[in-house]
Design a protein around this ligand. Structure first.
Ligand SMILES: NC(=O)c1ccc[n+]([C@@H]2O[C@H](COP(=O)([O-])OP(=O)(O)OC[C@H]3O[C@@H](n4cnc5c(N)ncnc54)[C@H](OP(=O)(O)O)[C@@H]3O)[C@@H](O)[C@H]2O)c1
Length: 344
């Protein structure tokens, strides 16, 4: 019997596109390691782009999971990487692990630890001023740090902990670093959200969900929805300054954070989960690819733009997003740039 003819390039691409669409529609399989493989993605491709080569990157949540993998990827791609951590010891361990791994491929990464507690605005302000004294220009900021606490916790400065870490932290840090990002333009900000946000709509009247009983996954999903809305707002407000803003969700990856926050889910799905590098793939790709094929302000998963909503009830309008900006600015007393304000 004659062998089947090989599948040609364009045909292989259209098969990939159909498969990608099917995985996106069925949601769960696309979030697993199988989804990553079926989409034909690989870490070596993710780190191949030259955008960040010779540039400066800052990655939050660098001591663990996706953040650590992201630092590794950006270092191989040629960036000087600042690893933002809240605990020096854990940060040092993560840095050493990267150095050891990359040593095996003959790469000597440029990695520097930065200490900051993203749940505490005072710590963020101090960090941002230290950082911008040393680094005038920033090429890539990755807002990756995130938590899903088992119970309601108040921070020293009075915020609910999930909200403080996942929303106040990236909002304030990004706004304080906008001048450095403008000076480093073209530059990029990648914010790591979660597929969990598909279940949540914005509640601008009760941003910290103080009127509700605590439920970790619901509070987490709400903060992740806020991150997607913020990405859209930054994209609008910073238009013309050369900074592109992306939200991405990583699928389901086997990280210390997932094991700690959702132990049952983690145990059940462990064999199907992505590893940390597969989870970090689209973060690194967005930070390194010459030109992402999509606009600033979009949501990405597995290197493609995805819908921001899957349920009509979660949709918000532009006016609600603007209220979100005002309310967050009031909360952190950092109004950020006016829409269309000229850059420096
Ligand atoms: N893994 C998944 O399947 C998955 C799915 C969807 C979304 N995500 C998102 O991906 C991101 C990374 O998560 P991960 O799975 O890699 O979890 P992880 O292993 O727990 O990593 C989270 C990182 O955030 C840091 N962090 C937490 N609170 C902080 C604070 N107040 N200040 C500074 N750093 C802080 C942690 O530092 P310590 O080491 O000091 O705790 C850690 O480095 C999160 O935003 C998460 O929501 C993950």
């Amino acid at each position: 019997m004659a062998a089947a003819p090989p599948v040609s390039g364009p045909r292989r691409n259209s098969i990939r596109q159909l498969l990608d669409k099917a995985l996106d529609l069925t949601i769960a399989p696309g979030y697993t390691a199988a989804g990553y493989r079926l989409r034909g993605l690989s870490w070596e491709d993710a780190i191949a782009g030259g955008f960040v080569r010779g540039g400066v990157a800052l990655v939050t949540g660098a001591s663990s999971g996706l953040g650590q993998a992201t630092c590794e990827g950006l270092a191989v791609a040629g960036a000087r990487v600042h690893m933002l951590v809240r605990n020096r010891e854990r940060g040092e361990r993560a840095r050493e692990q990267i150095v050891e791994r990359l040593g095996e491929r003959g790469v000597r990464p440029e990695l520097r630890l930065e200490l900051c507690d993203l749940a505490e605005p005072r710590s963020i302000r101090e960090f941002a001023s230290r950082f911008t004294e040393r680094e005038r220009e920033l090429t890539v900021l990755v807002n990756n740090a995130g938590v899903l606490p088992p119970e309601r916790v108040r921070t020293k400065e009075g915020f609910e902990l999930t909200f403080a870490t996942n929303v106040v932290g990236p909002f304030l840090l990004t706004n304080l670093l906008l001048p450095a990002l403008r000076r480093g333009a073209p530059s990029r900000v990648v914010t790591v959200t979660s597929g969990g946000m598909y279940a949540a709509g914005l509640d601008v009247d009760d941003l910290q969900l103080e009127r509700r009983d605590y439920a970790g996954t619901r509070f987490y999903a709400h903060t992740k929805r806020v991150q997607v809305a913020l990405t859209e707002l930054w994209a609008e407000r910073e238009r013309g300054h050369g900074i592109a803003f992306f939200a991405m969700h990583p699928g389901w990856a086997d990280t210390p954070g997932l094991a700690r926050s959702l132990p049952r889910f983690h145990r059940l799905l462990k064999p199907a989960l992505r590893d940390a590098h597969q989870g970090a793939d689209t973060i690194v790709w967005l930070a390194t690819v010459a030109k992402p094929p999509g606009d600033s302000g979009e949501l990405w998963q597995d290197r493609r733009v995805r819908p921001k909503h899957r349920l009509p009830r979660t949709r918000e309008g532009a006016a609600e997003r603007e209220r979100l900006w005002s309310e967050l600015s009031r909360l952190v007393e950092s109004p950020g740039p006016e829409p269309g304000a000229p850059g420096k």
